[in-house]
Design a protein around this ligand. Structure first.
Ligand code: GLU
Ligand code: MG
Length: 435
């Protein structure tokens, strides 16, 4: 059989899935200049594969323009190589398309840099279920499960490294057959590109070994969630860290405090973007090590925003190591939209001079009334409620722009409607089949 190498160009869309088109690798130079034709309604392809609703109809062209810095070429011993580029969506005149997820993040980064002289360094952790191991009691964090996943972990780390990422860790997580992989922090747009590449490599390596990786937020309604945790720090123009002040509340510097306050303030609305599936909200329940409250706390894995510890042995690197972990995201969210929304919200905090609430070290023994009185909001209980909060957020008009916000709300509301008659366990199955 004759075979010819192909290259795929795509973007991680509203559904948090990478979609695009392929072409012969021989055409790559030309495609890097001219892009690949696409249509507006493609961004409205639901998680379930059909366009449930679209403001764009059948009319119009947008261009998927591959970013030469976001290319991945990973040979595998068997089967086709992974060869793809992540892309921007542009108008025919080369300007950004108003609904481009990657440009949503770029706009946030550009504004943060222009207005505050800051950039964001971020690292993503991804939890998932790997079907290539049996479900055994006592497997949580166990060397035995680490061993029984065979060459999956090593192949994944190898693929990430070959794809230009710097792996940080791979571990058996708490849930049945659950694992986690983490990559090192990177600056700006690249951090989200790497999160997309990491998710694709988790799926690719599992598939090549004859199994599946399930990144869906919940495998069953009462089970253990798969989170995407996003670690954030702020850096100055001259690349010095700007997040840490050991003597300040939470250890957060005066420059970062309003940024974190902005995220905290907008957290209920942000869930519509960072945990954007119906099943995502089954995860945000008590006793799951997943957030329920818009709580910022030091070293508390029940908080929505956890101030990560500075580890011993490197006091000189404390400022560079210091970061805040956003725990409310999952794999149904496009990393471009999730990271972009955090930065837009943080910048809103900087613009409005928002301040951090007092630390609440006794949070877990406080009554609901006391939490209320301290202004610590409960996160929305459903995607529906989250979307209403997003729609009611005036600043979000500016983050998205009117066309993109309306399209996103329509997209997510049609997803809810498509699942309206299903039980939670069927809803989890639907998402698990896709993510
Ligand atoms: N699986 C938990 C979640 O859904 C997180 C566990 C952890 O702290 O790593 O977010
Ligand atoms: Mg984890």
């Amino acid at each position: 059989m004759q075979q010819e190498e192909l290259v795929f160009v795509g973007t991680c869309d509203f559904a948090g899935l990478v979609r695009g088109k392929g072409f012969p690798a021989a055409e790559l130079d030309h495609r890097l200049r001219q892009g690949v034709g696409n249509t507006g309604s493609n961004i409205m392809i639901s998680a379930f594969g059909t366009i449930l609703s679209s403001p764009f109809g059948t009319v119009g062209d947008v261009v998927l323009m591959p970013d030469p810095t976001a290319g991945v070429q990973i040979p595998f011993d068997e089967g086709a190589a992974e060869h793809f580029y992540l892309a921007d969506q542009q108008m025919l005149d080369g300007s950004p398309w108003c609904c481009c997820p990657r440009d949503f993040l770029r706009r946030a980064l550009t504004a943060l840099e222009a207005e505050a002289g800051l950039t964001v360094k971020a690292a993503f952790e991804q939890e998932f279920v790997y079907t290539g191991v049996e479900d055994r009691l006592g497997a949580s964090y166990a060397l035995d499960s680490f061993r029984r996943q065979g060459v999956f972990g090593e192949s994944l780390i190898g693929a990430l490294r070959a794809g230009g990422l710097t792996p940080d860790s791979f571990l058996p997580e708490y849930g049945p057959r659950q694992f986690e992989v983490t990559i090192k922090p990177t600056m700006g747009l690249r951090a989200a590109d790497e999160a997309v590449i990491m998710r694709e490599m988790i799926r690719s390596v599992a598939h090549r070994l004859g199994h599946k990786a399930i990144l869906a937020p919940m495998i069953e309604p009462e089970g253990i969630g798969n989170g995407t945790h996003i670690h954030l720090s702020l850096w100055d123009r001259d690349r010095t860290p700007a997040s840490h002040d050991a003597s300040a509340p939470y250890g957060i510097s005066a420059r970062m405090a309003p940024f974190v306050a902005g995220i905290l303030h907008h957290l209920p609305a942000l869930t519509a973007i960072t945990t954007p599936s119906v099943a995502s909200f089954y995860r945000l329940q008590p006793n799951r090590w997943a957030p329920v409250w818009a709580l910022l706390a030091r070293q508390d894995r029940g908080a929505a925003l956890r101030v990560a510890p500075v580890f011993p042995g490197a006091p000189d690197r404390a400022a560079a190591q210091f970061n805040v972990e956003f725990r409310v995201a999952d794999a149904a969210a496009s990393p471009y939209l999730a990271l972009g929304a955090l930065i837009h919200a943080g910048l809103d905090g900087i613009r409005k001079g928002m301040t951090l609430p007092p630390e609440q070290p006794e949070f877990w023994s406080m009554s609901e009334e006391a939490r209320d009185a301290a202004g610590i909001a409960v996160l929305p209980r459903t995607l529906d409620a989250a979307l209403d909060q997003l729609e009611a957020t005036e600043a979000a008009q500016d983050w998205f722009g009117p066309v993109m916000l309306a399209a996103y709300l329509e997209f997510k509301r049609s997803e809810i409607a498509a699942l309206a008659d299903l039980e939670p366990s069927d809803i989890c199955d639907r998402y698990a089949a896709i993510y």
